[in-house]
Design a binder for this molecule. Structure first.
Ligand SMILES: Cc1cc2nc3c(=O)[nH]c(=O)nc-3n(C[C@H](O)[C@H](O)[C@H](O)COP(=O)(O)OP(=O)(O)OC[C@H]3O[C@@H](n4cnc5c(N)ncnc54)[C@H](O)[C@@H]3O)c2cc1C
Length: 418
């Protein structure tokens, strides 16, 4: 077994991990960056479509191009990257942390450090998670797996496709499968509105005349050895209408039914999970309940744009460096989820400095107002032309805005959408 020591170890070498590691490196800290894959870049490497980097680089890049830009910084830095190495354990004994990794080339490694940044990304929900009845033939894939097969491995998962769920990965794959000559018969969505970004609905479905069935449930997958079709039943006023059920013949079903932060390692280490995000519960510096362990990117909450992932992770790396410098968060308020809000991240804000908060709406609404209250008093009101659950909202709270302060032992900042 080999042992190495660093100031910080970052788990996961996707956009989040690389951005956090670079922030720590820029503060003069020694950093190890560990990823289970053969190279850095994470999910970006299979996203060969463009639409990345409009905020970060003011340019429209593909996923691999975006990853390459950040990785170039990593290559020029003193960050030590351990690829093909999976972190299987995080042990925290006071200030000292040890990460146990299994590496295909180096065997078992123990990485010692004072600060850990968790950036393990997320995983896709599958057929078992949504319990679609029917037989169990071959030909059912998650959309991200199909994307990997087509874009990286060079395999075609099938020819006649039905996509269940209108999440962004499914929408991107509807276009991708059309481009490679497959027939995409439908996207079936249980909700009355799409789960993906509006730009993806337009560019991936409308431009290819692919029908989107909203308020429809896939009630059966059928086929013996291989998928032969799906049964789709409309919902009216929230109830299934079996009399109007219809079948769509296909040989392949792609599931795009949500992403879940990848937190097995976090849970095993005793990190508290926020039930609203399924990611670690964090304070205003993105630190978990384990002192010196931070989280950012999709492992913290599922983001729609990589630009937000990088922004958030750079801050997490900076806070981790502050922690190493001995700084600790001071005047924190708890963030309460108000009306029509699905979640807010992080779950605490620092009343004395600028805070960046990300949140998602629970509703689709035009002419909405985002309200921020400190101990019930309205401190900020922001007009939004349109809000919907699939589009993350970012909010900056300036110091002073909350700084008039609160006399309560634990101040509460409530965020709601009206
Ligand atoms: C199909 C798809 C399309 C998208 N399209 C767009 C788009 O058009 N525009 C846009 O801006 N954004 C898009 N996004 C979103 C954006 O790409 C992601 O949110 C972002 O890249 C996630 O970065 P991350 O570092 O948090 O996670 P990931 O990129 O998933 O990185 C996590 C890394 O952690 C590693 N890891 C996990 N567990 C361990 C462990 N125990 N030990 C070691 N390593 C581990 C994984 O191997 C992985 O490399 C898309 C995402 C997907 C999936």
């Amino acid at each position: 077994m080999r042992e190495f020591s660093f100031d910080a170890v970052v788990v996961g070498g996707g956009a989040a991990g690389m951005a956090a590691a670079l922030a720590l490196d820029s503060r003069g800290r020694t950093v190890a960056l560990v990823d289970r894959e053969a190279g850095l870049g994470g999910i970006l490497l299979q996203c060969i479509h463009n639409g990345f980097g409009l905020i970060e680089f003011d340019e429209e890049l593909s996923g691999p191009e975006f990853a390459e830009r950040i990785e170039e910084g990593v290559r020029k830095s003193r960050i030590e990257a351990f690829c093909a190495a999976t972190v299987i354990d995080l042990e925290a004994a006071g200030e000292e942390k040890t990460l146990v990794c299994v590496s295909s080339s180096l065997g078992i490694l123990r990485l010692k450090c004072r600060v850990v940044v968790l950036a393990m990304g997320c995983r896709e929900r599958n057929r078992g998670n949504i319990r679609i009845p029917g037989t169990r033939p071959a030909g059912v894939f998650t959309a991200g797996l199909a994307q990997r097969l087509v874009n990286i491995e060079g395999y075609l998962p099938g020819r006649d496709i039905v996509i269940i769920g209108s999440g962004d990965i499914g929408l991107i794959m509807a276009r991708r499968m059309s481009w490679v000559g497959c027939e995409v018969h439908a996207v079936v969505e249980i909700l009355p509105y799409p789960s993906g970004l509006t730009r993806n609905i337009v560019q991936c479905l409308h431009d290819f005349d692919i029908p989107l069935y909203l308020s429809h449930l896939t009630t059966r997958i059928y086929g013996r050895d291989r998928v032969e079709g799906v049964e789709v039943t409309p919902l009216e006023n929230g109830a299934l209408v079996p009399a109007k059920a219809f079948e769509i013949p296909c040989d392949t079903v792609l599931l795009s039914v949500g992403l879940v932060p990848e937190n097995e390692l976090s849970k095993k280490a005793g990190i508290d999970i926020n039930p609203a995000t399924n990611g670690p519960a964090v304070d205003s510096t993105m630190m978990t309940n384990l002192g010196g362990v931070f989280a950012c990117g999709n492992v913290l909450h599922v983001h729609d744009l990589v630009d937000f992932v990088v922004e958030e992770s750079r801050r997490a790396g900076g806070y981790a460096a502050d922690w190493l410098d001995g700084q600790r968060p001071k005047a924190e308020a708890r963030v309460k989820i108000g009306a029509n809000v699905r979640y807010v991240s992080p779950g605490r804000v620092d009343l004395a400095r600028e805070n960046k908060i990300y949140l998602r709406s629970l509703v689709v609404k035009n002419d909405a107002t985002l309200e921020v209250r400190l101990d019930k008093a309205l401190v900020r009101s922001i007009r939004k032309n349109h809000v919907q659950p699939s589009e993350m909202i970012s909010l900056e709270l300036k110091p002073g805005e909350l700084g008039a302060g609160s006399s309560r032992a634990e101040p509460v900042v409530e965020i709601s959408i009206r």
